[in-house]
Design a protein around this ligand. Structure first.
Ligand code: FAD
Ligand code: NAI
Length: 477
């Protein structure tokens, strides 16, 4: 007799493992099936985010930022360091240690919450009465389990450049970009998106000559224009990244130790460059490979995402999908919130996720973070707004940190003063943005934030000043 579950989650990333824990907390007999194997061939829960995404990238960003501080920032504090060296293998080891700690932690949480962890590839076979039959395939050893509800959280995989297979030796996706054993002399990056900028920063700080080739006509078009402009200036002038937008890749040819890229720049000039390594970071696509028998009729949209409604329901009975495999931003926190909400809906509760207040963060130096509408979106939508902006330059805490680049920009409705968007580039933007998210979630006005006491000296005073600035009563600008 097949193992029976109330809830079976396919995928153990931030969408899936969180859904499984919440379902178990709500009293459901729950299992989570995940197929991810680490470099040692062992199961490692946590999906892309914990294994080869959010967590390892932030570990390497911090290590490389420390090297940058030693070389370029400590001197201003009167600290001289001589004979400083770094060891890439130690950095990678530290990164792997953090990953092991967090992924192992999920196993612990599963045990604590009595979630059954299954290792293998999950595939929807059919309906048996009111149950889903799901095959779990561990390297050819198969088992069929049954569940009343199935939550699909199979995530995404990197989009490939046609004709250039990833070998993670010379042509790298996120997995290879996070595990380069020695700093390459010349590193090419195709795509100036989030991965391109974060990983490009890591390897540039460690000494690689980094060239980023971006197809879009401008830089970071999804960000607020002022933030993108400031970031582009800093990345080019201070960090030394070579960022080329409006580029057309004409051909690529990988060899054993290098890869040749022919491209046309935004002025129509042709170039040929040979890189020691090439990171391909041109977006990610939903992962539905071998996920369901044809007869199941898994509903997919034109771009291959599993079709769901606002509450993550597919049109098939008791079949749900969350995270990168469905519409919306491919972000870990969005995946997790959807996972929690689905578990609660299965329990008959009525949770709500406000997709308008999902924060975005890019962990470069300086960091960028935003929530809500950009100024260009408000203009395009014909919304009347007022704007407050405050730089980190005069902020006492930023000066103490020696991190004065950037600003906070707040956009509020011209009539109601309701905050419509907050855009930050600067130190700890990733942390500062939460104040704006909370404010927007509670429908706050800029006046509300302007009237709240902010600690002094703190970076959050820049948020306060931006709020004051909306009403043109900034005290320090
Ligand atoms: P995933 O994390 O992709 O998990 C899916 C899991 O399902 C995987 O373990 C996969 O092996 C497994 N699986 C797939 N199919 C099956 C199957 N049929 N059977 C069994 N198992 C299966 N987001 C942020 O919010 N912040 C960041 O800082 C950030 N940094 C990132 C850095 C990089 C380099 C990358 C690549 C991504 C980053 N992201 C970040 C995005 C984030 O990783 C994803 O949004 C998040 O992991 C999505 O979670 P998920 O649960 O939907 O899918
Ligand atoms: P992305 O969508 O952020 O950026 C891809 C870039 O590649 C775009 O600017 C696009 O115009 C460009 N591009 C596409 N095709 C191209 C081509 N043929 N030639 C040149 N340029 C081309 O995707 P990325 O960086 O791969 O990251 C995938 C996703 O992972 C992100 O969208 C994000 O959701 C998530 N992520 C989130 C992070 C965070 O939250 N800090 C960090 C890293 C990834």
């Amino acid at each position: 007799m097949a193992q029976q579950f109330d809830v079976l989650v396919i995928g153990g990333g931030p969408g899936g493992y969180v859904a499984a824990i919440r379902a178990a907390q709500l009293g459901f007999k729950t299992a989570c099936v995940d197929e991810f194997k680490n470099a040692e061939g062992k199961q490692s829960l946590g999906g892309t985010c914990l294994n080869v995404g959010c967590i390892p990238s932030k570990a390497l960003l911090e290590s490389s930022e420390n090297w940058e501080r030693v070389n370029h920032k400590f001197a201003a504090h009167g600290i001289t360091v001589s004979g400083a060296k770094f060891d890439v293998s130690k950095m990678l080891e530290r990164k792997e240690g953090i990953v092991a700690k967090l992924t192992g932690g999920i196993g612990f949480l599963f045990k604590k919450n009595k979630v059954t962890s299954l290792f293998g590839h999950g595939k929807l076979l059919s309906r048996n009465g009111d149950k889903w039959q799901v095959e779990v395939d561990e390297s050819g050893k198969t088992e069929v389990v049954e569940a009343t509800h199935v939550i699909i959280a199979t995530g995404s995989v990197p989009r490939q450049l046609p004709g250039l297979p990833v070998d993670n030796k010379v042509v790298l996706d996120n997995v290879g970009a996070l595990a380069i054993p020695d700093v390459p002399k010349k590193l090419g990056v195709i795509g100036a998106g989030v991965i391109g900028l974060e990983m490009g920063s890591v390897w540039k700080r460690l000494g690689a000559d980094v060239t980023i080739l971006e197809a879009a006509p401008g830089f970071l078009l999804a960000a607020d224009e002022a933030v993108a402009k400031e970031a582009q200036k800093i990345f080019i002038k201070e960090l030394g990244l070579k960022i080329n937008t409006g580029v057309k890749i004409n051909s690529t040819k990988a060899a054993a130790k290098s890869v040749k890229v022919e491209y046309t720049d935004n002025e129509g000039k042709d170039h040929t460059e040979t890189f020691d390594k090439l990171i391909v970071s041109i977006g990610r696509v939903p992962n539905t490979w071998n996920l369901a028998e044809q007869a199941v009729g898994l509903p997919l949209d034109a771009r291959g995402f599993i079709e769901v409604d606002d509450e993550c329901r597919t049109k098939l009975p008791n079949l749900w999908a969350v995270g990168d495999v469905v519409r919306g931003p491919m972000l870990a926190h969005k995946a997790s919130e959807e996972g929690v909400a689905v578990a609660e809906r299965i329990a008959g509760q009525h949770p709500h996720i406000d997709f308008n207040t999902v924060p975005w963060v890019i962990y470069t130096s300086p960091e960028m973070a935003w929530v809500g509408k950009t100024e260009q979106q408000l203009k395009a939508e014909g919304v009347e707004y007022r704007k407050g902006q405050f730089p980190f330059g005069p902020n006492g805490r930023a000066l103490g940190l020696g991190e004065t680049a950037g600003f906070v920009k707040m956009l509020a409705d011209a009539k109601t003063d309701r905050i419509l968007g907050v855009h930050i580039i600067g130190p700890f933007a990733s942390e500062l943005i939460t104040e704006a998210v909370v404010a927007m979630e509670f429908n706050a006005s800029s006046e509300d934030l302007a009237r709240i006491v902010h600690a002094h000296p703190s970076l959050s005073e820049a948020v306060h000043e931006a709020a004051l600035g909306v009403d043109k009563r900034g005290l320090h600008s």
